[in-house]
Write a protein that binds this ligand. Sequence first.
Ligand SMILES: Nc1nc2c(c(=O)[nH]1)N[C@H]1C(S)=C(S)[C@@H](COP(=O)(O)O)O[C@H]1N2
Ligand SMILES: [Mo]
Length: 334
Amino acid sequence: MLIKTKKNYQLSENEVTAEPVYHDRRQVLKKMGYLGAGTLLAQSASANPLDFFSNKPDKVFAQRALSFQPAGESSQIWTPEAKVTTHNNFYEFGTNKSDPVENAQGFNVNPWQLSISGEVDKPYTLGYDDLFTRFDLEERIYRLRCVEAWSMVIPWIGFSLAEVIKKAAPNSRAKYVAFETLYDPKQMPGQASRRLGGGVQYPYVEGLRIDEAMNPLTLLSVGLYGKTLPAQNGAPIRLVVPWKYGFKSIKSIVSIKLVEKKPPTSWNILAANEYGFYANVNPEVDHPRWSQASERRITSGGLFARNRIATLPFNGYGEDVADMYKNMDLKVNY
Ligand SMILES: Nc1nc2c(c(=O)[nH]1)N[C@H]1C(S)=C(S)[C@@H](COP(=O)(O)O)O[C@H]1N2
Ligand SMILES: [Mo]
């Protein structure tokens, strides 16, 4: 999708150089390392199966899919791919930052099933290929702020969660959205060992209020840096909620369920006094054990790079999201 109206959450010119635009769906999917059955069929069939689910088959559906040079002068220099994919929180594969990349390499994500169910008129299920072909893909460069006070700038590929939810036709009882990660202790060693899994109850679960879920910023990501998601980043599909602490951005999702009551969330179950349901990035509400006023931005710099920056309310996305919380005490609803 070619983004014409420039929004806050879309990158500004000085945030990126050289932006080749891809007009060919198959080209982009190939660049992402995705080559599903549909792509292969497309060589021989006259109709392009990848266009099958799209209303506008020839529209540009991803931009800036190839070149990822940071601008140099910008305060928003992208975190190098090598750091995005080796410094991870994915407790299903261990609690050390380097555990996921080491332990998730054999993670098998195809076939996959993601169900959209609950308080909806039209529940449906997406298979692996559907994740890449049913919705128009676009690139979004977002800041990711972990509750542990480090942050990255990551070029995601994906689509708005709102599109996925609308397709299921939610009913009037749909007040919240509950998400669930795959439960497969054979593949996820952290689910088989309390020590390795950090004491989290599995499957990992997360939740959003319906208005948060429908906000256009809320992304379902299937790729980063122009490729399909590495296992350690939540393949084949994960949530990205850029104005909330990273733990809300649940990985390797198998279930999206529209529900009436506020759903339980993993980190809140583990330590309710430290991790709330809302988890909006907020420099004025400290974690009980550390300050949230600043963060360490992970860049290409070495160990001594000056990369301590001030944390912004709603991670800098307030213009797009603050209204949703205008009647709430954010110190109580942390
Ligand atoms: N299923 C699952 N999702 C998860 C986590 C996890 O341990 N399990 N960790 C969360 C946390 S704390 C963060 S900061 C982000 C990290 O995403 P990244 O590794 O892609 O940077 O994933 C979130 N999603
Ligand atoms: Mo995190």
